[in-house]
Ligand binder design. Structure first.
Ligand code: AMP
Ligand code: ZN
Length: 115
């Protein structure tokens, strides 16, 4: 756990969150400021600052995140209409929490390209 990291504190239960899924590798929570009817954050339990920090050793973890996102989307009935899985990386990518996470967004039609 990295001190003063919001998502590490959510993983360790120091800060409360609405958990929608958890296993040994990841936790999925409802975003506190939802941008769509479904807005879930999928967060690895390991502290990785951003996608720019990943290496070969994270291959399985990243695959697991994608498979979990697809399964959650089916469970939440947003899969048929379609949804988006987003990672914001770094300052220009719009990342505000420096612990790797993916946004699962759905439940409404999403526009493209992003701002
Ligand atoms: P990003 O801008 O990609 O780093 O995404 C960070 C996300 O974390 C934003 O969508 C925030 O709304 C969300 N967020 C911030 N604090 C919390 C919290 N305590 N619980 C759940 N989501 C949060
Ligand atoms: Zn962290």
């Amino acid at each position: 756990m990295t001190v003063n990291c919001l998502f590490c504190k959510i993983v360790s239960r120091e800060i409360a969150a609405q958990i929608v899924f958890e296993d040994d590798k990841i936790i999925a929570i409802n975003d506190i400021n939802p941008a769509a009817p479904v807005h879930i954050l999928i967060i690895p339990k390991e502290h990785i600052a951003s996608l720019a920090e990943i290496s070969e050793q994270h291959n399985d973890l990243l695959g697991h995140i994608q498979l979990t996102a697809a399964r959650l989307a089916k469970d939440l009935k947003i899969s048929e209409q379609g949804y988006r899985l987003v990672n914001n990386c770094g300052i220009w990518g719009g990342q505000t929490v420096l612990h790797l996470h993916y946004h699962l967004l759905g439940g409404r039609e999403l526009s493209w390209p992003p701002g």
